[in-house]
Ligand binder design. Structure first.
Ligand SMILES: CC(C)(COP(=O)(O)OP(=O)(O)OC[C@H]1O[C@@H](n2cnc3c(N)ncnc32)[C@H](O)[C@@H]1OP(=O)(O)O)[C@@H](O)C(=O)NCCC(=O)NCCS
Length: 178
């Protein structure tokens, strides 16, 4: 279950490598060397263990080769049963496959996060066979909520304020019915 490079008209979503350190630190802040080494090793290790292909990938511009963002699949363990539409109500934690995205400030508001995430979602639903993907964020993260909406996710609010990262949840099912 290793994800090949995913190409869109403007972008390629590809595995990170050691040479991406400067670009990753520009995006996520300094001190990311160990994280990057771990992430770059994890693609092969997870595949060998037949584990899901979790982990951030780089978003690279096709025309310049510049790495301008990250997008990835992340384990999302949360009380999804608190959401109004979740079929099994309750506050026990449920494991889902989540999405992470970030784009360098100079490249935001150009549809890059949405284009990269759409490619990854397409792969996750069509090739990996996932029933659905989710995304979570705080109420004030309007940019992330904007990406969820652009992707066609059903966007729901947790009626409870905690945990903060689970205040707003986007859900997209393989049948696109939310
Ligand atoms: C969230 C983030 C990745 C969005 O990246 P982006 O490439 O600018 O997003 P897109 O251009 O694809 O925007 C998708 C939609 O969100 C909207 N949007 C983007 N930024 C927005 C903002 N600051 N306020 C309101 N809406 C916003 C866009 O207008 C677009 O909506 P549209 O389809 O109606 O035009 C970027 O702002 C970021 O890196 N933020 C910091 C990291 C972060 O918070 N990651 C999420 C962790 S939960």
């Amino acid at each position: 279950m290793r994800i090949p490079p995913l190409r869109t008209p403007r972008l390629t979503v590809r595995e990170l490598e050691a040479g991406d350190l400067a670009a990753v630190e520009e995006l996520e802040g300094g001190g990311r060397e160990r994280w990057l080494r771990w992430t770059a090793l994890s693609y092969e290790q997870l595949a060998d263990l037949r584990q899901p292909p979790y982990g951030e990938r780089g978003i690279v511009l096709n025309d310049s080769g510049r790495l301008v963002g990250l997008v990835g699949l992340v384990p999302s363990l949360a009380p999804f049963g608190l959401l109004p539409s979740w079929p099994e109500p309750g506050r026990r934690l449920v494991p889902e496959v989540g999405l992470y995205w970030s784009v360098a400030p100079a490249f935001r508001r150009r549809g890059i996060a949405a284009e990269a995430a759409a490619a990854l979602i397409e792969h996750a639903l069509a090739e990996l066979g996932l029933a659905r993907v989710v995304a979570t964020t705080e109420r004030e993260n309007l940019a992330s909520i904007g990406v969820m909406r652009r992707l066609g996710m059903r966007v729901e609010e947790n009626p409870e304020p905690e945990p903060a990262w689970f205040q707003v949840v986007g859900i997209l099912s393989h049948d696109r019915q939310g």
